[in-house]
Design a protein around this ligand. Sequence first.
Ligand SMILES: NC(=O)c1ccc[n+]([C@@H]2O[C@H](COP(=O)([O-])OP(=O)(O)OC[C@H]3O[C@@H](n4cnc5c(N)ncnc54)[C@H](O)[C@@H]3O)[C@@H](O)[C@H]2O)c1
Length: 432
Amino acid sequence: MNVAVVGTGYVGLVVGAGLAEMGNAVICADVDAAKVGRLQRNQLPIFEPGLEPLVVRNQAEGRLVFTTDVGDAVERSDVVFIAVGTPPDEDGSADLSHVLSVADTIGRHMNRPKLVVTKSTVPVGTAARVRAAVAANARVAFSVASNPEFLKEGAAVQDFMKPDRIILGVDGPEAEATLRELYEPFVRTGNPLLSMDVASAEVTKYAANAMLAARITLMNQFASLCERVGADVEQVRRGIGSDARIGKAFLFPGPGYGGSCFPKDVKALCASGREAGAPLEVLEAVDRANERQKRVPVAKLRRALGSLAGKTVAVWGLAFKAQTDDMREAAALVVVEELLAEGAQLRVHDPKAMEEARRRFGDRITCVEHRYDALEGADALLVLTEWQEYRVLDFDLAKRRMRRPLVVDARNLYEPARLREHGFTYDSIGRP
Ligand SMILES: NC(=O)c1ccc[n+]([C@@H]2O[C@H](COP(=O)([O-])OP(=O)(O)OC[C@H]3O[C@@H](n4cnc5c(N)ncnc54)[C@H](O)[C@@H]3O)[C@@H](O)[C@H]2O)c1
C-alpha cells in the first residue's frame, strides 16, 4: 500500500518505519527540515530501542522516504496518517491546530480518493472537524478514520509491531477493509483488530491513558498513607497486584507520572468532560494529585537536610521513565527547578537524556558522563528514573564519593534494610 505519515515524532517515525517493515511504500513528511535532513542521513532524533535498524534498513531498500513536502507525500499515497502533536491549550484542552492544518493540506492535495487516518490523540469529535477541513478543498471522495496509537515510549517498536490490540474507528466498510489489510500482518498471533465507530475510538484512547494515570496516582496516594501509618506500599502492591481483577502492571509508586501523553491526555479528557457536561471528577483529582506528587522528592530532601541552600544534590535519572530520552513533563523538570530555586547545586546523570537536559538547563546544572561522578561531594543522592543501571548501588564507592550518605529514592529501587546496614540514611516512596 502507498502510505503517507505526516509528523515524524515518536509516533509518526515508529508508525512509518513499522509499516515500511511490513512491505508498504511509506513517505514520512514533517515540516521540521532539520529533522527530515537528519533522518535522510539515518540520524534518529530520538532514542527508541530497535528503531534505528528499522529506519536504516527500510530507507536503504527504498520503502521508507523522508520529505518536507507534505503535499507531495499526500498526492503519492492512498492512505494518509496524521501523526502530528496535540499539545495542551491554555485551558488543558488539546490544541488541534497542527492536526487541522495537516487536514487542510490533505484537502488541497486530494488528487484521487484516499483514506485519511487520525493517529494523533485527539478529543472526541475531531474526526468530524478533520473531515470538514479536508472537504473544504477536496474535489474527490475520501474517508476519515480514527486509529489511535497505544505504543509506549521505550518499547515503541515492539508495541507497534506486536500490539495488544488495534482500534479501528471507521464510518463504513471500505475504510475498515483498507485498515484491516494494512494491519493484518501485525496481528498474526490473534490479537484483536477492534472495529468501532469513530467517536468510540477517539474516547478509547483517552480512557486507556486516564485509567493508567489514575492507577499510578492511586498507588502514589496509598504510598503517602503508608508513610503516615507505618505500612509498606511495596507489600500492599504485591498484595493487591495478585488479584486477577487488578493485575500487577502500573502499580509502582513514584515521583508522579510524566511524559508527553498522560499529563496532557488527562487534562484534555477533563476538558472534554466539562465541555460535554459530564465532568470527570475523579480524573480532575488525579491531575491535581499528580502535580503534588512531583514535589514529594524535594520535600523529602528538605526534611533530611533542612535548608537546601548551598547543598549539593546528585540526581540520577531525568527522563520521565527508563528506556527513553524524553523529558517532557518529567518529574525531574519540577524537581530541578525547585532545587535550583532553593539554592542547591545539582550534579545530574541520565543514560540517555543528557543532551536534552543540557538543552533545557544549560550551565545551571552540572551534567556528568558517569553516574558515580554525580556523587562527588554530594549531600544527597536523589534517584528519579528507574533505569536498570541504577538498580545496583556500589555502597562503598557511593560513600567514598558523597559528603553525606543520604539517598532519596523516588522509584523504590533499593532495599531499605541493606542501605541502613551500609550506613546510609534512606528514604523512598511509601516504605517505613
Ligand atoms: N509519544 C507517545 O508515546 C505517544 C503515544 C501514543 C499517542 N501519541 C500521540 O501521537 C501524537 C504525536 O505525538 P509525538 O509524541 O509523536 O509528537 P512529537 O512532538 O514527537 O512529533 C510531532 C511531529 O509533528 C511535526 N509536525 C507538526 N506540525 C506539522 C505539520 N503541519 N506538518 C507536518 N509535520 C508537522 C513536528 O515537527 C514533529 O516532528 C500526539 O497526539 C500524541 O498524543 C503519542
